[in-house]
Write a protein that binds this ligand. Sequence first.
Ligand code: G3P
Length: 217
Amino acid sequence: MKFFVDTADVEAIAELNDYGMVDGVTTNPSIIMKSGRDIMEVTKEICDLVDGPVSAEVVSMDFETMLAEGRKLAEIAENICVKVPLTWAGLQTCKALSDSGTKVNVTLCFSANQALIAAKAGASFISPFVGRLDDINIDGMELIEDIRSIYDNYDFNTEILVASIRTVNHMKEAAIIGADVATAPPAVIKKLAQHPLTDAGLAAFEADWAKTGQKIL
Ligand code: G3P
């Protein structure tokens, strides 16, 4: 499973990149707002740092403006993936951009049928939001299972990019189901290494090693 980082925090991306944990980056208008940065500037910086796809989202509602925004965002760098919402205007933009060779991530997906039509519109990625479904008492991971079955039934090339990940369990479940990508905030990715038995074991090794009086270096 590929790991994308769901942030525009360049320092956090650089740190995780040093561990080999960054296969791509996703942003959205809320993330750009939180960064306090100019969208074009910060997106360029991220694209320079990361080899994989960097999602940058359009903000208009109509097809013509969305397409123009998508084309402008795509000019930032080779690895830009234009993010469009799951509306008919978004799908029309997805088809036009995909046909001209630009990768598209269709976002705000909350149903299997939405994922089906995004694949037919040529999306490179579909972003189902599991956390926001969990928030309203609908099992987000069931949606990932359904999309996996549908895409496998018809050999769609669209990659399932699990989004709105809030917990380490979301990461595990996405990997068990066989999602292609999980995008998570840096804090969730950092938590993947944590285990109390690792901490306890390490403390015991450290104490016993001190008793030997030895040194390796
Ligand atoms: O990738 C989409 C993500 O940013 C949404 O997450 O936590 O706002 O539902 P959240």
